[in-house]
Design a protein around this ligand. Structure first.
Ligand SMILES: Nc1ncnc2c1ncn2[C@@H]1O[C@H](COP(=O)(O)OP(=O)(O)OP(=O)(O)O)[C@@H](O)[C@H]1O
Ligand SMILES: [Mg+2]
Length: 162
């Protein structure tokens, strides 16, 4: 897993396999704290749910499943709740009430956050999964943190990657 650091609030990591993305999710999850939202951007099959499963592993929750049909899954972690939403099937997620999950005892993961106009601008990490033509198992995963708690989560991840 390679790394290039450009600014304190950003980071990009290369993944060469599903297993590496899972492992990166575990490392990210280890630094995640309640009150932080992770917005997971990327095409179908880019690796968002694999990464979310790694986060679930780190928080000690049961195996994270894609919430495509249920839209929102809630898991009880060892220290705090994990809420995992997938907005793919919605045109507009603003009536879903996702804001209600933004509290201090849960971390929120959102796949297809493009559908959510009121997405938070604070304590939020945008993570985008870039696929590479002719390299089906490679991804470049870009992190960008907004707000103090999100910056701390990213700082923790960077330390772990060194
Ligand atoms: N480096 C990689 N990282 C993550 N997944 C990979 C990688 N290489 C191959 N894959 C494959 O890509 C797929 C990723 O699936 P995943 O469900 O995580 O995508 P997703 O971004 O959640 O898609 P969707 O938008 O449909 O929910 C899996 O089949 C996985 O095996
Ligand atoms: Mg998914």
């Amino acid at each position: 897993m390679g790394e290039e650091i450009s600014r304190a609030s950003t980071c990009s990591v290369r993944s060469n396999s599903e297993e590496e993305t899972l492992c990166l999710g575990r490392k990210f999850g280890a630094g995640l704290t309640p009150g932080v939202t992770a917005l997971l951007f990327g095409d179908l099959g880019a690796g968002k749910t694999v990464f979310a499963r790694g986060i679930g592993d780190a928080l000690g929750v049961a195996r994270v499943h894609s919430p495509s049909f249920t839209l929102i899954n809630e898991y009880k972690g060892e220290k705090f709740r994990l809420v995992h939403a997938d907005l793919y099937r919605l045109d507009d997620a603003d009536d879903l009430g996702l804001e209600e999950y933004l509290d201090d005892d849960a971390a929120l993961l959102v796949e297809w956050p493009e559908r959510w106009r009121n997405q938070p601008m604070d304590d939020t990490i945008k993570i985008s999964f870039e696929t590479i033509e002719d390299e089906p198992d490679k991804r470049i995963i870009h992190f960008s943190a907004l707000g103090e708690r999100a910056l701390n989560t990213l700082k923790y991840l960077k330390k772990d990657l060194l």
